[in-house]
Design a protein around this ligand. Sequence first.
Ligand SMILES: NC(=O)c1ccc[n+]([C@@H]2O[C@H](COP(=O)([O-])OP(=O)(O)OC[C@H]3O[C@@H](n4cnc5c(N)ncnc54)[C@H](OP(=O)(O)O)[C@@H]3O)[C@@H](O)[C@H]2O)c1
Length: 350
Amino acid sequence: MRKMSVGVLGATGMVGQTIIRMMEKHPWFEVSEVAASERSTGKTYEEVMKNRWSASEEIPERIKDMKLKEAKPGLDCDIVLSALDSSVASEIEKSFAKKGYPVSSNAKSHRMDEDIPLLIPEINHDHLSLIERQRKKRGWKGFIITDPNCSTIHMCLALKPLIDSFGVEKVSVTTMQAVSGAGYPGVPSIEIIDNILPFINDEEEKLETEPLKIFGSEKNMHIHNADMKISAQCNRVSVRYGHMEAISVKFSRKPEREEVIDSFRKFSPIKNLGLPSAPERPVVYKNEENRPQNRLDLGIEGGMASVVGRLRECSILDYKFVVLGHNLVRGAAGAAILNAELLKVKGYLE
Ligand SMILES: NC(=O)c1ccc[n+]([C@@H]2O[C@H](COP(=O)([O-])OP(=O)(O)OC[C@H]3O[C@@H](n4cnc5c(N)ncnc54)[C@H](OP(=O)(O)O)[C@@H]3O)[C@@H](O)[C@H]2O)c1
């Protein structure tokens, strides 16, 4: 089978380089083009990434000598994965969709557009129907799909089995988010070393609104938002990778503790789709009272799972627990790749 060719926009950033790394052994896709800003254009990938490549493994051999191109249509690829800075993503992604490219985006720019799917394959792949509405409305040959904010993805994966089994009415979430979530070079070291920053621009709004669309029901190419209240507080903490979230939930029907753990463990909704990057266990429950931890648990399911622990009763809502997730893998690069795989099996890349 010929592999489909992929153009990576924002290939030099934290998310872009994670896409490059994750794509290297992909059975269906192969990176054919790398693009970034004017600062990088014309240089080889290796040259630009000299002091910025952040993985312990080497830059893949076949990518090293690729010349970085401008992020504009004309790239030789079947699909575009966008890891562009959100200040420029909107117009650039639209220009690709207009020219006929399918775009799988990490940026916030189009997540809440009414005709653009905000996807987590385990939760809402029926929202792909919005693509038809988007093409009709905008007259595009291509289209855009998006993945959610990195904290939103992990919270939603943990909530989905609970919603299905017991109904969820209210959620209170406090995040502790890694520095790599702010991109490269990100938060100045003088601000974050030995410190916690109790503000991340726009983050609380994303956590409070994106899940309502993700859990919304699809009818005739329209999404009716879920009826749920979410209150979020977001903090930047001094770890490199992984967002931890402390969550309390009010259920429609309060379950027994064992039922909650059971629902996490049985959650496996897209096994039959055969997506290569889909984790066998999207939600992993850890029994140990001091887990999950960033240093120990981010590698579970190759970083594609949300790791839950510390489930206990809450004296204000019903239950509380923590969720840990890799912000760059399942929270960004892996999410865009998984969405691209979903497009392929659903026939949108023909
Ligand atoms: N980091 C995370 O954990 C995370 C999680 C979820 C979603 N996201 C989203 O994913 C996207 C990428 O995030 P990141 O953390 O990888 O950011 P980053 O490290 O700052 O990388 C940004 C990328 O955008 C490129 N870029 C900037 N201005 C450009 C322009 N005018 N034209 C073309 N390319 C331009 C940069 O290229 P140069 O190197 O040439 O400047 C770089 O490749 C953002 O939209 C972010 O919100 C990030």
